[in-house]
Design a protein around this ligand. Structure first.
Ligand code: ATP
Length: 540
């Protein structure tokens, strides 16, 4: 099991991630990316944009897709017309339930507070913890013993139920020991809490000027559907991709960047004929999973979880989550990296006609939701957002498949996966423990580091020249300080896949040594070929 503590400490020490506004004590749920982190996240977003959008070849048929398809990009605003969020359903439905603890004054997400029944003599209490406590059973035992004032030698008198439960499955909270409390029954009734950040447009306050920071990038794509169609002449099936910031006022931001209040998403809305939507749903589910493994997440740590029918959003015919075994989760549990949802025609129709009724029984066509006065609750744009195929002349409202990924969660997963402690020889050839970030070369913040073996005999000059040339093409680092073994170690921690060393032979035969971060293999290459050699290894 990898230690989250070590990963967090390396991330800070080496400049991957810092707490936002740290010098003022930080703000919960906000994170800044340092010099290495910004490169990692940029590489990740660029890999996504390249693999999903720009390098997609719409003429190729052998991709395993139901047919050829087109992909284009978009960059829409964070603040949009307030009506967007009313018709999308976020205004009414985008909330979590929270509970407060009267004793500790802490606030929890209702569905995340869980625990186990603990019995001692004839008293039974429910010791609750949070969903992500790493050694949950140990924690329940510790708190149970404390509550019943039991000493270690009497620990076996305590009986603990095996299955953990969330408290929303309990009839009442009377016997619940809240996660940070010492007495029972301190939790309030759950209350709804809308996750959208409110803001005001212009200088005049007032309810009519209230709008929201977007909680997802997707709606910017739906409201631009017609613009993209008319301006780029794409033919269905096609997808629009967007990368950008989203904001959610999460009740309990935690687990490093996993649940932040400001984060970035990489989303695709894929528009297709309703008859083909189930096939496209399967295609995107499998394609997105393969993308993560191609970039280095191990398939043992990834799962694809299909949602149960009752778990599905009201508009969704199917949803699958790609989940990763983050080290901060209890063994056997996974956290969501990306959701792939079949959204039917819910979004486009809602923006046309008005918000559709989420209480429509499944399988029936959704009608516009009516308010108490019998009129549409939220009116749509009234614009025709249907698609007409210019060749077949068929007109339909496309169904949508939405692969929605989080750039920060993915960056965190790649950081966790990359973190490795192994052994490597030091300058004297003795094996020493080393920390190495085994990031895929495409994601690595720095692709190559150039070192002169020693700081004399023309080696620094030659190394600087190579550095200057490589820097034009890749993020490259130059280092001449300290023993070469220590310089390697620093690059290992930064995840730099290749180190290039200029030595005495380099001056004679114009060759250098390239060292591979993972295999520690070293080989000589002509200086003139270094760039080509790195290029081909990075893009593998
Ligand atoms: P969760 O259940 O974990 O709150 P969600 O199902 O609400 O997530 P979606 O609305 O499907 O998430 O958002 C798509 C993706 O955006 C998620 O898979 C995740 O990668 C990312 N994401 C969502 N909320 C956050 C957050 N608070 N912090 C970081 N990334 C997030």
């Amino acid at each position: 099991m990898k230690s989250m503590e070590k990963i967090v400490s390396l991330a800070k020490r080496r400049g991957f991630l810092f707490q936002s506004s740290e010098i003022y004590g930080g703000v919960q749920g906000f994170w800044d990316y340092g010099p290495l982190g910004v490169e990692l996240k940029r590489n990740l977003k660029e890999a996504w944009w390249h693999d999903m959008i720009t390098s997609h070849n719409e003429l190729i048929t052998n991709t395993g897709a139901p047919s050829t398809f087109e992909m284009v990009g978009l960059d829409s605003t964070i603040i949009m017309h307030p009506q967007v969020w009313k018709c999308s359903g976020h205004y009414d439905l985008f909330h979590d339930h929270m509970v407060d603890c009267r004793e500790s004054k802490r606030r929890y997400r209702f569905d995340q507070v869980r625990g186990r029944w603990v019995e001692f003599q004839d008293k039974k209490i429910f010791v609750s913890t949070l969903a992500d406590v790493e050694h949950e059973l140990d924690e329940v035992r510790r708190r149970g013993m404390k509550f019943f004032r039991l000493r270690n030698k009497n620990a076996d008198q305590l009986s603990i139920g095996d299955d953990s439960l969330t408290i929303d499955k309990l009839d009442s909270t009377e016997q619940v020991l809240a996660p940070d409390a010492k007495t029972l029954n301190t939790l309030t009734e759950p209350r709804e809490f809308n996750l959208m950040f409110k803001t005001t447009l212009g200088a005049l306050g007032g309810e009519e000027n209230t709008t929201f920071l977007r909680p997802e990038t997707a709606q910017g794509i739906f409201v631009n559907f017609k613009n993209v169609l008319d301006s780029s002449r794409v033919r269905a099936p096609f997808g629009i991709g967007q990368v950008g910031k989203s904001f959610r006022n999460e009740i309990t931001p935690r687990n490093f960047t996993f649940r932040s209040r400001e984060f970035e998403q990489m989303e695709i809305e894929f528009f297709c004929h309703p008859d083909q939507s189930s096939d496209w749903y399967k295609f995107w589910r499998d394609r997105r999973l393969a993308w993560y493994t191609k970039l280095g997440l191990s398939s043992e740590s990834l799962i694809m979880r299909e949602h149960e029918t009752e778990e599905l959003a009201h508009y969704s015919i199917g949803t699958a989550d790609i989940e990763y075994a983050f080290p901060f989760l209890p063994e056997g549990e996974y956290g969501e990296l990306e959701g792939i949802a079949h959204r039917g025609d819910f979004d486009l129709r809602s923006h046309m006609e008005g918000k559709l009724d989420p209480n429509t029984p499944k399988g029936q066509r959704m009608e516009v939701e009516l308010g108490e006065d019998g009129k549409p609750k939220y009116r749509g744009s009234g614009k025709d957002l249907a698609y007409r195929d210019e060749i077949t002349n068929e007109k339909f409202i496309p169904h949508v498949i939405e692969p929605s990924a989080g750039a920060d969660r993915a960056a965190l997963a790649f950081l966790c996966e990359a973190f490795t402690e192994d052994e490597a020889p030091d300058d004297k050839g003795n094996l020493q423990t080393r920390t190495v970030m085994k990031l895929h070369p495409r994601l690595a913040p720095v692709k190559a580091a150039v070192f002169p073996l020693v700081k004399k005999d023309g080696m620094p000059e030659m190394a600087k020249e190579i550095y200057g040339e490589l820097k034009e093409k890749f993020t490259t680092f130059y280092d001449e300080k300290g023993a070469v073994g220590r310089r390697y170690r620093r690059q290992d921690e930064a995840g730099t896949p290749f180190c290039i060393t200029v030595d005495t032979d380099s001056l004679k035969d114009q060759t250098v040594t390239i060292r591979d971060r993972d295999s520690l293999e070293q080989w000589r290459v002509k200086i003139a070929d270094v760039s080509q050699e790195l290029q081909s290894r990075i893009n593998q």
